[in-house]
Design a protein around this ligand. Structure first.
Ligand code: BEZ
Ligand code: FE
Length: 282
């Protein structure tokens, strides 16, 4: 342990006030508020942790490596935000939950934009996969239960080898992802394969940090959904499979009990039925 000041004794308080004072001319009031909050919390963090020069250099070097790891297909800063619970916290402060609304969760780094639109009941597989077949049947409704027709339902998930198509050259592009439109009763359905739990990419700084903190990189098996409908807030969520070993320790803190489903077997397929409630924009 290096020198910590006695508690109650704030180190160099006038520095914080000087820095905050110098952003008083910030043109955008929201930017000014966010920057002031950031500066105050960062200074408080440095004081409370009593950071040494070496530790701060290590932190800067860590963030530099995080930036260098980013590419078209890899977003290491999102992973960092996810494993520290920041992504879920941003979601919690900016999304409302409540009766008639489906809980949201993290987007993650593997959404790869709008995909081909399929017909109701089509498969999202572009090639055969081993593993149990899955059927998903959903309804999309407004908070008051009124069905939403023509909602755009975008879905994506991993293959049985624990990889998304964008991580795996062996998978055809667009494998295990697609979009659908709800019918006049708000219904949609598709065929797929049962998702599996998988490790988030852990060969970079986020993975090293997980290891340093004694944490595993796994996420419990899930299917991703992004549901957009006019007059409603876009819902970004997942459905998780009950019984998964990682439900209690998701590496990115994304599990909410209302999103855990128990598939039922029907004609050799696992079947999930779920009602999605969207928040109307007033
Ligand atoms: C995902 O579920 O695809 C994901 C979310 C956060 C980090 C990595 C992957
Ligand atoms: Fe995922």
């Amino acid at each position: 342990m290096h020198n910590a000041k006695p508690s109650g004794d704030i180190v160099f308080p006038e520095l914080t006030e000087d820095v905050v004072g110098r952003i008083a001319a910030t043109a955008d009031a929201r930017v000014g508020k966010v920057m002031e909050t950031l500066i105050r919390h960062l200074h408080a963090f440095v004081r409370e942790a009593s950071l040494s020069h070496e530790e701060w250099r290590n932190a800067i070097e860590f963030l530099t490596r995080t930036g260098k790891m980013c590419s078209e297909s890899r977003q290491e800063f999102i992973l960092l935000s996810d494993i520290l619970g920041v992504s879920m916290l941003v979601d919690a402060v900016s999304n409302s939950a409540g009766t008639g609304l489906t809980d949201s969760t993290v987007l993650g780094p593997f959404y790869s934009g709008r995909q081909r639109e399929l017909e109701d009941g089509d498969t999202i597989l572009l090639r055969e996969e081993d593993g149990p077949p899955l059927i998903v049947e959903g309804t999309v409704a407004s908070r008051n239960g009124a069905p939403i027709r023509n909602a755009l339902v975008e879905v994506w998930q991993t293959a049985p080898n624990q990889l998304y198509d964008v991580q795996d050259d062996a998978q055809p592009e667009g494998h295990l992802r697609a979009s659908f439109r709800t019918d006049e009763r708000g219904n949609f359905s598709f065929k797929s394969g049962l998702p599996v739990s998988y490790p988030i990419p852990d060969d970079g700084p986020a993975g090293q940090l997980l290891q340093m903190m004694g944490r595993h990189p796994f996420r419990p098996a899930h299917v991703h959904f992004m549901i957009s409908a006019s007059g409603h807030r876009t819902l970004v969520t997942h459905l998780f499979l009950c019984g998964d070993a990682y439900l209690e320790s998701d590496a990115v803190f994304g599990v909410k009990p209302s999103l855990i489903v128990t598939p039922e077997e029907r004609d050799g397929s696992q079947r999930i039925v779920y009602h999605f409630g969207l928040e109307p924009l007033d």
